[in-house]
Ligand binder design. Structure first.
Ligand SMILES: Nc1ncnc2c1ncn2[C@@H]1O[C@H](COP(=O)(O)OP(=O)(O)OP(=O)(O)O)[C@@H](O)[C@H]1O
Ligand SMILES: [Mg+2]
Length: 327
């Protein structure tokens, strides 16, 4: 946006008490100054802006907000920094977030920010958490789509509900989140699928095409191969969230131990080899078990032993094997 437009809009946002727009324009000005290498001025502006997360969320809560039975409105609480992401994934997510925060500036230059991201990966490796963290970083609400309400046994009803869902969020600054996306976006070529699925997918495709770039669409699935190809193509980014590497396990343990002041008794590198093949949610389960036991023992004037730690690992391994064998 030209500087004169930025200033005009900044003043307009202030006089209309549009805090969100005010912050957005102020941030565009800061970015512009950074781009021009005016770092001292950019820093001064950042300090002057002084927008704390609380302030941003207070603003969100004061909004009348969109309400619908078709999704649950979630106030995001996970910070991106709480998640361990590979360097490449972190870069992709940061670029995506930056684009969105500069969406007005980009649009005024004739380019739309990307707004559709597909998260794939095995269970428990952060798809849902990342969707929430992205909403948190952008200080927008997360609308978590409820399929139980959206998809009705009557096809006509499902179609009209999908239309209502999209019209109710029209142009909203939000993250629209379709978890377990394969539930509603199965391949139309699949012979087992009936016409009903095809019509639902067709309608979703049309509505996704019409989505304003103010709305971020995030979909997550453990079964990307089951998704309709035309649907997969709609997403500008597909991000794969893998199970943690040995180094990432160490990072997780270090941060957990620091955050909750828990001593895992073993060296992290040794523990991380024992926790090989664990998902992030298995790791969380393991760490929480250790923490619980630590307090229970503390209450009895006892302390945790290495044997206890090993036992927790075995318990999780056993239930993982059970799930693998049964399902
Ligand atoms: N990258 C990560 N860094 C730190 N913790 C993580 C990460 N990914 C997941 N976790 C932890 O694991 C838990 C489960 O993750 P989450 O529910 O986001 O996984 P998911 O991929 O959505 O799983 P599912 O496919 O079963 O829905 C989270 O609550 C979080 O505590
Ligand atoms: Mg999930």
């Amino acid at each position: 946006m030209a500087r004169t437009d930025l200033l005009t809009n900044l003043i307009k946002a202030g006089s209309e008490k549009n805090f969100d727009l005010f912050v957005e324009i102020a941030q565009s000005i800061i970015k512009e100054e950074e781009f021009k290498q005016h770092h001292t001025l950019a820093e001064r502006l950042k300090k002057a802006l002084n927008v704390t997360e609380t302030k941003k969320f207070e603003f969100l809560e004061n909004q009348t907000g969109v309400n619908s039975d078709f999704f649950t409105v979630i106030k995001p609480e996970i910070e991106l920094g709480e998640l361990i992401l590979s360097n490449i994934n972190l870069q992709i997510v940061s670029d995506f977030l930056e684009e969105y925060s500069m969406k007005d500036y980009l649009r005024s230059n004739g380019i739309n920010p990307r707004n559709k991201i597909l998260l794939v990966g095995k269970p428990g490796n952060g798809k849902t958490s990342l969707a929430e963290a992205m909403a948190y970083e952008l200080a927008v609400p997360l609308y978590h789509v409820n399929y139980e309400v959206l998809i009705n046994s009557l096809l006509g009803e499902s179609l009209s509900r999908i239309k209502k869902l999209f019209s109710s969020i029209y142009n909203s600054n939000c993250v629209l989140f379709f978890d377990e996306f394969d539930t509603v976006s199965k391949s139309r070529g699949d012979k087992n699928e009936v016409g009903e699925v095809k019509r639902i997918v067709n309608l979703l495709l049309t509505n996704i095409d019409k989505l304003s770039s103010n709305t971020i669409l995030i979909a997550a699935t453990n079964h990307p191969e089951a998704l309709d190809h035309a649907m997969t193509r709609r997403f500008q980014i597909t991000l794969e969230l893998d199970a943690p590497s040995e180094l990432e396990i160490i990072k997780y343990l270090e941060s957990y131990s620091k955050r909750f002041d828990i001593d895992f008794l073993y060296q992290f590198s040794y523990l991380s080899r024992m926790l090989n093949n664990f998902s992030f949610s298995d790791l969380k389960e393991f760490c929480d078990s250790v923490r619980r036991s630590y307090f229970i023992k503390l209450n009895k004037n006892q302390s945790l032993s290495k044997k206890d730690i090993k036992a927790f690992i075995d318990i999780i391994k056993q239930s993982k094997n059970f799930v693998k064998a049964k399902f």
